[in-house]
Design a protein around this ligand. Structure first.
Ligand code: PEP
Length: 251
């Protein structure tokens, strides 16, 4: 049985005081009745505060990005060692905003996943097609390329903590959600692909989250699909109330 994983991607939102307020509110709603694994991914500047706030909490946290080198002349970048020093357990890699705005390629993302694995940071690896690609009928092809290239050179044992987030780009921050059938068919495709590339065991245990305008109103329906194992939430994770309702929908 795969445990559902609900992760909040704060993106470039929340200074320290907003971080304290939001995490304090989320903590009030997460307890031993909560079945899902809950993860928050604040900006880098809030990670140390998050570490302090979540000490002794079941809520986990991660970063939204990471560079693939350990140190050196890479102005503005953050290394895996730095993330480890603030206790990060997870890192979001390959988010579509990184791919489109910051021109991250499959090969860069592959290096980042390898680095995360090497440092024992669990990758939340995002993939998904654009609207144009969906309309051209190449959704599966695009997702297959992203999975193959993103995971190239990694072994089954290195991927035991991998999470894949299927996030159709046209559904991110647009208010347009994939229908549960549209999402489920891609999730199943990804799981079968991972079985083919690695093993059935890895595929059966792999958490595949859906992301793209997940909100309290659609969470239950999406999370009830057999291959949807959680959600990567953007907009709706910035308010404790809506994030907690999504967590509740995973119970
Ligand atoms: C995201 O940023 O990963 C995301 C899914 O955003 P939103 O929920 O706002 O669509």
């Amino acid at each position: 049985m795969r445990r559902k994983v609900i992760a909040g991607n704060w993106k470039m939102n929340n200074d320290i005081s907003a971080t304290i307020s939001l995490i304090t509110e989320i903590k009030k709603g997460v307890n031993d009745q909560t079945k899902a694994v809950v993860i928050v991914c604040p900006p880098f500047t809030s990670l140390e505060t998050t570490q302090t706030l979540l000490k002794d909490s079941q809520i986990k946290y991660g970063a939204q990005n990471m560079y693939f080198e350990e140190s050196g002349a890479f102005t503005g970048e953050i290394s895996p060692l730095m993330l480890k020093s603030v206790g990060c357990e997870y890192v979001i890699l390959g988010h579509s905003e990184r791919r489109t705005i910051f021109h991250e390629t499959d090969s860069i993302i592959n290096k980042k996943i390898k680095t995360a694995v090497k440092h024992n940071i669990k990758p939340i690896f995002c993939i998904g097609e654009t609207l144009e690609e969906r309309e051209k009928g190449i959704t599966f092809e695009v997702c297959e390329r992203q999975v193959r290239q993103g995971l190239e050179g990694l072994s089954e044992s290195e991927l035991s903590n991998l999470i894949i987030a299927y996030e159709p780009v046209w559904a991110i921050g647009t208010g347009k959600t994939a229908t549960s059938q549209q999402a489920e068919e891609v999730h199943l495709f990804i799981r079968n692909l991972v079985a083919k590339l690695f093993s059935k065991n890895l595929a059966d245990n792999l958490v595949i989250q859906y992301g793209g305008s997940v909100k309290p109103e659609n969470a239950k329906e999406l999370l009830s699909q057999p291959d949807i194992d959680g959600a990567l939430v953007g907009g709706a994770c910035l308010k404790a109330d809506s994030f907690l309702k999504i967590i509740e929908a995973a119970n």
